[in-house]
Design a protein around this ligand. Structure first.
Ligand code: SAM
Length: 615
């Protein structure tokens, strides 16, 4: 099978391979980020710290890609040595800052833009000199190459090198380094023909021209827009392989980026979405309308960003979205086209599925009711949407936050509920501590921080005396309180505010309290985390849609001494938490979930317990 992603002149490789593409005397890009820079990355997930004084190629490079390259090299070395990642630290450093700059300033591929300019100039000169031979210079172009894909980044981009894996490992072992090509829509182990379109500090961004040696794991993408639409990254990979890839993404984020885990807490296999297609309950296609343009409705492009172009790709159907959402997409496109004259600029449309339970009496719990729904869609952002998760109903405005894969939500919330029960049983029962008898239960209170419309607080409320949620969106908090009433729950209260403030408002004994946190993709922040471990809840369940940010937050707790790894010295410092003013936690499980099949996104749930309360 050979996939052609782009058409374009096939470049000659002879010219390129004649010169040494990878400098012999070169070291790995091990010092791309200093410790201080890494610390500053806390502020944003992407680590966009001030780059004013950096070299332009480094300033514009994607820091996340640089880290992934670093992580890949570290792993290649450690795998090769059959040992722990730490062994990679043996690599030779650059001799000097100048040495480092020189290497990054002269990538093994020439500056593609200056080359293009030179070629244009040559062509002009040639045309001026001779009117007879107008044949342009052959498409021999050093920006084409065949590369070997070693791995995918957490965003699903291939990291490839000119040489095969074993030669790259040899180079790394010898203290040398390899230039990396970042290529979309490829798989590990494949050989791809690529075209470089931009060079950065240590890597080149490429278009995929064709797959020369496909992986056996490659499958036919189910969507005709795949490789043009920027929405999905993994449709060309079998679903089981996607799941294993996501497990490794979590493992790498924890184990390698932050040396967080040691080998004591394995990352569990990813829990799959019940359906790898037709699961998405919300779509937000958009269209552009340049100022003053008088576009014909039939020519209007409505869809998603075209991969690698500043252009909208017209999308008629989306295979990862539900059938109701696809019906809504048709209606939204028609409606927009009909009303095109009323738009002055482009806009983003909203399509959201709503699941009205059939036969459910309004305001009653759905317990014991048949699970049949009328699935329809809404296009108005203010329209009320209903979702049913297990025995609970949730209502919220179409534009506000709610998880977008409702098929997996019973398993997702059920896992958190089971984890609360399981961890509660691992703790010393309350009355043993208080009265010396063992009849009491430990976890009586639940805090749901970043609670949205109350999903986790409500779904896990059973068995808790009191649930308190906090959320910064006024709209969501009002929905959360309404949802508690809708489900006849009198033990739930949702408060408007910043999550970092919640612990001042929790009147309950921390040693009997579990906290669920589910922050946005950028993760939490030191203010919240300090208060969290200062409050000292018995159990913490951290739900994350941004795994790198989650790993960073846990590393913060580890550096602070609040998260201890099994066997580490701080594990045995009895009572130190009393002096320090925060509790110490142990990681009990790392469970990823696949809420977004076919894309590179992964959700991850980490469970922590207070070490001094463990039986
Ligand atoms: C990933 S969503 C999770 C919502 C909810 N747990 C769910 O699963 O439906 C994150 C939520 O955090 C809220 N949020 C963001 N920053 C916050 C802050 N500083 N304090 C409280 N809530 C915040 C957002 O409004 C959003 O509803």
């Amino acid at each position: 099978m050979s996939t052609v992603a782009n058409t374009g002149a096939q470049g000659s490789l002879e010219k390129r391979s004649a010169s040494p593409l990878i400098p012999e005397d070169s070291g790995p890009p091990s010092n791309l980020l200093t410790k201080a820079q890494t610390a500053k990355r806390f502020k944003t997930q992407g680590g966009r710290q001030s780059r004013k004084h950096q070299h332009p190629k480094k300033r514009h490079a994607d820091q996340a890609i640089l880290e992934e390259i670093e992580s890949l090299f570290t792993r290649l070395l450690s795998e090769d040595e059959g040992g722990r990642p730490e062994t990679a630290a043996k690599r030779r450093e650059f001799a000097s800052e100048e040495d480092e700059k020189d290497w990054y300033n002269s990538p093994p591929v020439p500056d593609v833009f200056s080359k293009l300019r030179r070629r244009q100039q040559q062509q002009q000169q040639q045309q001026q000199r001779s009117e007879v031979d107008t044949q342009p210079e052959s498409s021999a172009d050093a920006s084409f190459a065949d590369v070997h894909v070693l791995e995918l980044t957490s965003g699903g981009m291939g990291l490839a090198t000119l040489e095969r894996r074993d030669i790259v490992v040899d180079r790394l072992r010898g203290g040398s380094r390899a230039w990396v090509y970042v290529v979309p829509f490829v798989l590990p182990g494949e050989t791809a023909h690529i075209k470089v379109f931009r060079n950065f500090w240590g890597y080149s961004q490429c278009d995929l021209e064709s797959v020369k040696e496909p992986s056996q794991q490659r499958v036919e993408p189910p969507c005709k827009y795949f490789s043009q639409c920027s929405g999905c990254q993994l449709q060309h990979w079998g679903y089981a392989n996607q799941l294993e890839f996501k497990r490794r993404v979590v493992e790498n984020a924890f184990l390698l980026a932050h040396r967080l885990l040691g080998s004591t807490v394995p990352v569990l296999p990813v829990i799959a979405s019940p359906q790898p297609l037709h699961y998405r309950t919300k779509l937000t296609p958009h269209f552009d309308l340049p100022k003053g343009s008088d576009i014909d409705a039939k020519d209007l492009l409505i869809g998603f960003n075209h991969h690698g172009r500043r252009q909208v790709l017209d999308i008629e159907q989306c295979v990862i979205s539900t059938e109701a959402v696809n019906r809504g997409l048709v209606a939204a496109r028609d409606r927009t086209r009909e009303a095109i004259k009323s738009y002055k600029r482009g806009a983003t449309l909203l399509i959201r599925e709503t699941n009205e339970p059939l036969g459910a009496e309004k305001g009653l719990s759905l317990e014991a009711q048949p699970a049949s729904f009328e699935k329809s869609y809404v296009l108005d952002p203010k329209a009320q949407v209903t979702e049913v998760v297990g025995h609970y109903q949730f209502k919220f405005p179409a534009s506000s936050f709610f998880q977008n894969n409702n098929l997996i939500l019973p398993a997702f919330t059920g896992y958190v509920r089971d984890e609360l029960r399981r961890l509660g049983e691992l703790l010393v029962p309350l009355d043993v501590v208080e009265n010396g008898d063992d009849s009491g239960t430990r976890l009586r209170y639940l805090v749901d921080a970043y609670c949205g419309a109350g999903l986790f607080g409500i779904a896990c409320s059973k068995g808790f005396e009191k649930v308190i949620g906090i959320e910064i969106s006024r709209e969501s908090i009002s929905c959360a309180n309404d949802n508690a009433k809708l489900n006849n729950l009198s033990n739930c209260e949702f408060i408007l505010g910043d999550a970092a403030e919640i612990f001042k408002k929790v009147p309950h004994d921390a040693a009997q309290t579990a906290v669920i946190i589910d922050p946005p993709r950028k993760g939490s922040n030191p203010a919240f985390l300090d208060q969290l471990v200062g409050f000292k809840p018995a159990v913490i369940i951290y739900v994350a849609c941004g795994v790198p940010a989650q790993a960073r937050d846990l590393k913060y707790l580890m550096d602070k001494g609040a998260l201890v790894l099994e066997g580490s010295d701080s594990d045995c410092q009895e009572g130190a938490d009393e002096l320090l003013g925060f509790a110490k936690y142990k990681m009990m499980a790392i469970q990823p979930f696949d809420l977004f099949p076919q894309t590179a996104h992964v959700e991850n749930i980490v469970s922590l317990v207070r070490t001094d309360l463990l039986k």
